[in-house]
Design a protein around this ligand. Sequence first.
Ligand SMILES: C[S@@+](CC[C@H](N)C(=O)[O-])C[C@H]1O[C@@H](n2cnc3c(N)ncnc32)[C@H](O)[C@@H]1O
Length: 592
Amino acid sequence: MLLRSKRAFVCVSYLAKNIFCKKLFVYQMTVGNLEVDPSLIGKRSLATCTSPPTARRAKKPKLKKYKAKKVDPTSPLGVLQFEIDYLLREQNLKREDVCNDVSAILNDTSTVDGVVAKMYHRIVDKVKILKLSSNGDGLAIIENPVEKNKKQVVIVPFGLPGDLVNIKVFKTHPHHVESDLLSVTTPSSMRNDELISCNYFGKCSGCQFQFLEYDKQLELKRTTIQQAYKYFAPRLIEEGILPDIGSTFGSPLQFNYRTKLTPHFDVPRKVKTLEAIPALGFGQKGRPAWRAEASRCGGKGSILDIEECPIGTEIINKGMKNERKRFENEFTKYKKGATILLREDTTVLDSSKDTASQLKSDGSTDNEGNLTHIETENSESGQKLSKTCVTNTRQIVTEYIDGYTFQFSAGEFFQNNNSILPLVTKYVRENLRIPNSGPDDEHNLIDAYCGSGLFSICSSKGVNKVIGVEISADSVSFAERNAKANGIENCKFIVGKAEKLFESIDIPNDRTSVILDPPRKGCDDLFLKQLADYYPAKVVYISCNVHSQARDVEYFLKSTDRGKDYKVESIRGFDFFPQTHHVESVCVLSRK
Ligand SMILES: C[S@@+](CC[C@H](N)C(=O)[O-])C[C@H]1O[C@@H](n2cnc3c(N)ncnc32)[C@H](O)[C@@H]1O
């Protein structure tokens, strides 16, 4: 009866060192209005029982232990730890003020379904969003529902600083909780929901910023870079040796720019044959309720069923439509989940010839088996172009950038927003110049992490020698082919880890600039040490993870033998991914 009325007697067994002296405390609690001795919670887990304790010696319950996963500090979860610390400092709080009793939730063996979890995972009204994380989520401070002297740091996706919101907390971590945004009661001055152009925005994990004016997005990305250097290059900040972070370069296209999308689907384990078509699209971000439009779309699973993506290019969206149709007919063949590749492929058309005869034979086809293509024009050169959508990872894709032709395997790395690439390659080229050099002075380039040769080739004019190094043999073979196809003879490419470069380097360091464009995890210390020993005239470091870039720049300047001889000339962001939180950062280093 008591249980029905949502009242339970919760026994908190306080497992002190001396088990014989174990005291059993009985606390009466009401779900959502708990009266418990807070000093007990947090020390041991809560165990519930429906009958009063007897004199018999209770069996020592096995407690589940919370195991924190090791995270790379420059990964989103790692960066969040810095963001929490900074937020706490601003709010005059300490880590211990916001720690959650995760083991109490883990060991919630209540017969009244998850009593402890229910206390933590509740609706909270009128939450003021204080900050934005680098992941594009709102951050706020709320009361701890169990330990009344404590608070909680809460992550609110789609919450903007200044918003007053209602949320539902659904997951507890040691020093933060996750929530869904239920409604915005008072909007932030930054928020303009009328700008949202996608039905799935607010539910899909792809975009975070569609409700922001573009200038505001660029400003926020600059803040992300500033914060990243604060967290990961504190010595450089303390010494005041970093330049102001420049304004972020915008993307010429703010929608329809992504030349690659990878929708996916899941097949539940143990299902032998699928009976209904699974959702095909992108990951869902929690269970938000703040946008009625989004709530109606995409289904309820962890993968949203997505028909169209406004940041994808036109041909990618056509390809997505074709592949969804094909999936409708073929889904029963799949035993496991999979990812579908959609990659834009471009052909320059000879206007004197028939278009159909110039199209490549492979690519996404419509219901009737006809290759789907669109015809368009290069706004700069006026060339007629045909676009198709490639779905086979091994197929060769062509892109035209800066007047050069690039080919690569559809499944290998290539930048995803070709509208911004001419701006980026120009900026990199200009910043590679060695100060006080004349046009006839020797100038060489090293392109570490060169992929299929984008920066090597776009910077090769007027340069004596370019050496690219790249771990993927496939990408290197394309880099070689691309140099040849563009009539470039001064580029040489090496397969291997970036540091392999220094094994047999034959170009003078004083006349050499280095391009670094590593993957998200950044450069290895070994590579940075060898780079400093090589002592190049300039370094241009391009990064898709400004946090690992900041860490590497501090390491290079402060922990390598010759790093102290360098200064940071400039740091600027490039917005490769409008509407999302991502930002690319370019840092230029030169000798003092
Ligand atoms: C961000 S991509 C840049 C590629 C190229 N600069 C571009 O813009 O197309 C990073 C590249 O580094 C390569 N890579 C990853 N780890 C590497 C390593 N240890 N040494 C050399 N290359 C590596 C990847 O295969 C990938 O092509």
